[in-house]
Design a protein around this ligand. Structure first.
Ligand code: HEC
Length: 241
């Protein structure tokens, strides 16, 4: 009897093991929550930008395109779904239909954003600021080329007013302002940016963490140095400095 019991036990053990084996079609992956990982490893990081533009050269990809995409390429305006062929402002080729190289005052793109009263983006959207209009003008004067170089950056430069706010203005505010708060998020001023930063969502979205909508939407990921500036600013308490 003992032997029969023992072998029954043995057989059922094998059946159990085989049965379990055939049920587990997906490998078991133990995931460490990304957030926990991030919190632990948040410290001041030191990164210098590489592939820099030659001195004075405006980067189409890193300066002009982010301004146009975040301020103009919206649903109902100049994104791919809404705009008719020539008014798509998300890529070099179609942007160039509105630009006359070397001649800002013959470029409808430049005239639209610099006119008084401002024509684009239409009120009540926040107009481009002086610095942004100037960079677009300089880019056109330089021949309006598809330059893809990076702008100077050191991740240890992390002042809100000198580094962080301009970064947000150039890449985010067009899509995240009170009159166009996509995803319910406005990034119009220090307070709103600091709130998002301290919640962890700002760094998670620009670092393309799993579970977050990758930001800036429709644009290249920020460079490691730019993300580093924001991380360093957050590590120090996201101050208004
Ligand atoms: C072209 C428009 C556009 C630009 C540019 C943009 N966003 Fe967004 N953002 C959105 C939309 C739309 C959503 C809502 C989610 C979605 O549809 O992906 C969103 C959502 C978010 C969210 C919430 C993400 C989540 O999954 O919880 C954060 C945070 C965010 N944006 C931050 C930023 C930051 C920071 C920048 C600039 C570096 C930026 N966004 C640039 C359109 C934009």
């Amino acid at each position: 009897m003992n032997n029969i019991h023992a072998s029954l036990f043995f057989v059922s053990l094998i059946v159990l093991i085989l049965g379990l084996g055939s049920c587990t079609t997906d490998p078991i992956v133990i995931e460490i929550p990304a957030e926990a990982e991030m919190e632990d490893s948040l410290s001041i990081i030191n990164i210098m930008e590489t592939d820099l533009c030659e001195t004075g050269v405006v980067s189409f990809e890193r300066e002009v395109l982010p301004i146009l995409v975040s301020s103009c390429a919206h649903a109902g305006c100049h994104d791919e779904a809404s705009a008719q062929g020539l008014k798509i402002l998300t890529e070099f080729e179609t942007i160039m239909y509105h630009v006359s190289p070397n001649e800002p005052t013959f470029s409808s793109l430049y005239l639209a954003v610099s006119s008084d009263p401002v024509y684009m983006p239409p009120s009540p959207r926040v107009p481009l600021n002086e610095g942004q209009i100037q960079r677009i003008e300089e880019w056109i004067i330089q021949g309006a080329e598809n330059t893809m170089c990076n702008t100077p950056c050191s991740s240890t430069d992390r002042s809100f007013n000198n580094d962080i706010f301009p970064l947000i203005q150039n890449h985010c505010i067009g899509c995240h302002q009170p009159n166009n708060a996509l995803g319910g998020i406005s990034l119009i001023d220090y307070e709103s940016i600091a709130n998002l930063a301290m919640s962890g969502d700002l760094l998670a979205a620009i670092s393309h963490e799993v579970g977050y909508s990758p930001m800036p939407k429709l644009l290249n990921k920020l460079t490691d140095c730019q993300i580093g500036q924001i991380q360093n600013w957050i590590v120090e308490g996201a101050q208004n400095n």
